[in-house]
Design a binder for this molecule. Structure first.
Ligand SMILES: C[S@@+](CC[C@H](N)C(=O)[O-])C[C@H]1O[C@@H](n2cnc3c(N)ncnc32)[C@H](O)[C@@H]1O
Length: 379
């Protein structure tokens, strides 16, 4: 608004509030309590416009419109249900298993059948509609074995689990696990000798319990194989240091897509400003704890559903420095560029991450954002 107009509006407000009202009856409008708050989703968009237009330059308008449009889902097949029937049903909808499609398109070595690339978790089947097809999956149903047939999730959320590269017999920690999409995917690999699934929030670990109850047979849930806890993940290094083969650190973040569409639990509410500002610090602490909980020689995947460099690459670099300086532990970032090549038909990747990989939303493939970075704790 131009300055004279603003001054005019102010004058008008003064007139409305004070003209001809006797002094003792004057009141001052209580803006904070009487006016509806500026919606948090609008604040999120303002914030993203400021920061991401600088970070992403010419790419930002296309990412922005995709973030504001309907996202696409993937259907993670439940291997504990009758997976071959479920896969056939999903194929009838003209959806394709993007994981196995990518693997089978690789050039097999001298007549051998295609094998998953090294360090890619096995046995995961996730169906998506092809590029530009915005069909939706019907809600999942209970299958013949009494378990839900598939789990609907942002298909890009499967990439951190694939990148973790589980091997049969691994001990695995999912440090921030709720509501449980990635925990479920970790169990689908059939590789977890035992899996510790933790989340600070007890209400959210309740949701995780429900997901596992609907998708995983009782003998796996109730045996020693899965342990669910509600601890502060930042303390994990002290609680169980040098313990796990693989650790997933899926930290709380600005959840960019959610922040643009939902008012509830939105981190851009004015009252949560401090929490927002301290988020990268919490993320560094959680990643450092995850690295400390890993056995020397083990692997960690860090991920967020944010486009912010401050929450992605900077956190990875911060945690690696912290471990080197405070614990003399060396951590190496692993190259995941083969993932970009392997899954380029399904996702749109940002081409120039300094460390890790980032799926950026695109109208033809509206998944993500999903940042993931794999680290090796050196022996
Ligand atoms: C991005 S969500 C995790 C999503 C989950 N991995 C999935 O795939 O469904 C981040 C989670 O971190 C949890 N969290 C926040 N602070 C934490 C802490 N200090 N320790 C452990 N978990 C924390 C939140 O409760 C939230 O559920």
């Amino acid at each position: 608004m131009a300055a004279p107009v603003v001054r005019g509006v102010r004058k008008l407000l003064k007139l409305v509030n004070f003209t001809r009202v006797p002094r003792r009856h004057r009141y001052k409008k209580k803006w904070a309590t009487t006016e509806p708050e500026f919606p948090a989703s609008r604040l999120a968009l303002q914030n993203f416009d400021m920061t991401y237009s600088v970070q992403y330059g010419d790419l930002w308008p296309s990412i922005r419109v995709s973030l504001l449009s309907e996202q696409k889902y993937g259907a993670l097949v439940n291997n504990f249900a009758a997976w071959d029937n479920v896969s056939a049903k999903l194929e009838q909808l003209s959806a394709k298993d993007f994981v196995n499609e990518a693997i089978s398109c690789q050039e097999p070595e001298s007549g051998l059948s295609p094998v998953p690339p090294p360090n890619c978790s096995p046995n995961l089947r996730c169906f998506t509609f092809s590029r530009g097809d915005v069909s939706r999956f019907p809600p999942a149903r209970l299958g013949s074995l009494g378990l839900m047939e598939y789990y609907l999730m942002d298909a890009a959320s499967l990439l951190p689990v694939l990148a973790l590269g589980l091997q049969p017999g691994d001990t695995v920690l999912d440090l921030c696990a709720a509501p449980g999409g990635k925990t479920l995917a970790l169990l689908q690999t059939g590789c977890c000798r035992n899996l510790a699934a933790n989340d600070l929030s007890t209400s959210r670990t309740g949701r995780l319990q429900k997901v596992l109850h609907s998708y995983v047979p009782q003998d796996i849930r109730k045996g020693n194989q899965v342990r669910i806890t509600s601890w502060d993940g930042r303390k994990w290094g002290e609680l169980e240091g040098d313990t796990y083969d693989r650790v997933l650190v899926d930290v709380p973040c600005t959840t960019d897509r959610h922040s643009l569409h939902e008012e509830e639990n939105n981190l851009f509410q004015r009252s949560r400003k401090k929490e927002r500002q301290t988020l990268p610090m919490l993320q560094v602490q959680l990643l450092a704890a995850g690295l400390l909980a890993t056995k020397p020689g083990g692997h960690v995947v860090y991920c967020t559903c944010s486009l912010s460099h401050l929450q992605n690459e900077y956190v990875v670099q911060g945690a690696i420095e912290l471990l080197a300086n405070q614990y003399s532990i060396k951590v190496q970032v692993e190259d995941l560029s083969h993932f970009r090549k392997l899954f380029m038909d399904t996702f749109c990747f940002f081409p120039s991450c300094q460390v890790g990989e980032l799926v950026i939303p695109n109208l033809m493939a509206n998944f993500g954002p999903m940042y993931f970075c794999k680290m090796h704790r050196l022996p």
